[in-house]
Design a protein. Structure first.
Length: 117
């Protein structure tokens, strides 16, 4: 299994999404995700894309980030809409996995900060 396949499996990516590159830069892991050429989203052709970046769970002790071209489509009503990526909520700068981990850690943080503890 290639590293890109392993990371795609770990992220739960399915076509048309795929990992095109993984880089280790200045102590950080950067995973580049793209979609297959000619992909359609909701039956609609891609109009354009915008580059986005999300904070993901650490890879061992190294901060990890996902970078992707996020497609935009023109709906049947003529309005441009951004496609929802499968790893993050709309408008978030964090992956759903990172958010779940942070929320799961929150009660432990409160418990540790109680006065007199």
């Amino acid at each position: 299994m290639q590293p890109t396949e392993l990371f795609a499996l770990g992220l739960g990516l399915t076509p048309p999404w795929k990992i095109v590159d993984i880089e280790f830069i200045d102590g950080e892991v950067h995973i580049k995700v793209d979609f297959e050429r000619g992909a359609r989203f909701g039956g609609l052709e891609v109009h354009d894309t915008s580059e986005r970046k999300w904070r993901h769970l650490n890879f061992f002790k190294y901060p990890c980030f996902i970078h992707a071209r996020v497609p935009r489509v023109i709906g049947k009503d003529g309005k441009v809409a951004t496609v929802q990526v499968p790893w993050a909520h709309a408008g978030s700068g964090f992956t759903m996995d990172f958010e779940a981990h942070a929320i799961g850690s929150f009660p432990r943080c409160l418990w540790r900060r109680r006065p007199g503890s």
